[in-house]
Design a protein around this ligand. Sequence first.
Ligand code: HEM
Length: 478
Amino acid sequence: RRPYRPDRFPPGPPTFLIFGNIEFINETRKGIFRPLIAKCRKEFGDIIGIIMPTGQRAVHLLDFDLIKEATAMPEFSGRPSLFTSLVRSFQQKLGIIFNEGPTWKEHRRFSLRHLRDLGFGKQSMEGVVLDEFESLAKEMEQNIDSPLTIHNDFFNITVLNVVWQMVASMRVDRNSPEAKQMLHSVSEFFRVVGPRSPMNITPWLRHFFPEWSGYAPLIRHRETTIGIFDKIIAEHRQTLDRSSPRDFIDQFLIEMESEDAEARQFTERNLVIVSMDFFVAGMETSATMLHWSVLLMVMYPDVQTRVQQELDAALGGRLPSYSDRPRLPYTEATLMEVSRRCTITPQGVPHSTTCDTTLAGYTIPKDTFVYMHLQEIHMDPEYWGDPEAFRPERFLTADGAVRHDERLIPFGVGKRFCLGETLARMETFILFAGLMQRFRFAAVPGQNLSLDTKFGVVQTPMKYSVTYSKRDGSQQTQ
Ligand code: HEM
């Protein structure tokens, strides 16, 4: 595609034909994205149009009302045809996250319906989350005297096991080779699949630099995933009881027996991709939320103390449940503030336009990538006043109840909002409350803690270490 700016396309920085917009590419590569966005916003406004040297058009939305308007329109509910996502799903648009059109709609609806039946937001699922919490806590208790380094993988197995049980009625042991294989596979996926991956800009690089370009890791991810799922699906087929489906795979296998299944993408290949979508979307995000939460509790010990006082007073040492939320408003407000201050997916997941359309008087042609800057909404000084400050009280009313705010949108909004929102809210609440009730976290002396992060599809904290001591949940909080 020739890099030209269509008539009435939103304003934005110029494209330099050979090297692209050098500043943009360089700063993005270094992960320094927010200052660049602020600079563009000052110059061009809340809707910025960028033409990549490859000719690909992208629109960045930085304003809440614009995001709300766009995400409510079906024309903005497509997903980009990224080279990486197509390689992952055999050159077809499969699954949910990277799919669009009628098959996306049908699979989104089917998944939501069955995941709800299987326990999304239900008490049975809470039991699974609590079991996973106990398994995590047991491991932590064994190392109580040594500083704990918190990194991406630390909470991943806990949340992976919750999704895994809904999808396949299975769990993996934290230190097993299967667990390591799955974590490695998902982290390789995140490393190579983003819209700024070299492969999505210049796919031919894969012929010369298969490792560096991310092509070889992506193929490894695909083959590992298929290997894991082929085995599980074969086992499910052998033991399937149509009158009593155990999990999502059983539900999908039953649907595959319907007459028009193939046309509606109810195929074994798509079952693998849909299931993998749940892992990639549900594991790194929820684990990162817990990762940030512990960091913030260490950086703001007074907030940690208040959360613990509230938990002790309301629960007196018994394990938390999701239905305890009305009695734990400060704990809930703290998690809301974590999700605002450290937006897990700063630009959501990119959308694309399914036909030529208009927004705010600008023309947006078909197949334009559309980025919703959730982080900019969460960090807007005009709305929040002091967005840099970590202050759970902003989500409390004068009489101490939780105050919901339509501008807190960590799960996105509109037609493609997060499919796992109910599960994510429940599991992060229970796991966070459990961790705060059972342990007191503190910084390792001499460590320079900060909220610095590297830009990515999922925004994670830098590695940090904590010490922690055991609490019994009914004791006086220090
Ligand atoms: C704290 C945890 C989570 C956060 C912050 C989060 C956030 C998001 C966001 C921002 C999107 C994109 C919305 C858009 O395209 O406009 C998304 C999509 C999605 N999420 Fe989540 N998510 C979380 C947990 C989960 C969990 C636990 C699951 C599943 C088991 C899940 C499954 C999905 C799926 C399947 C999509 C794609 C929906 C579609 O394209 O229609 N997410 N999530």
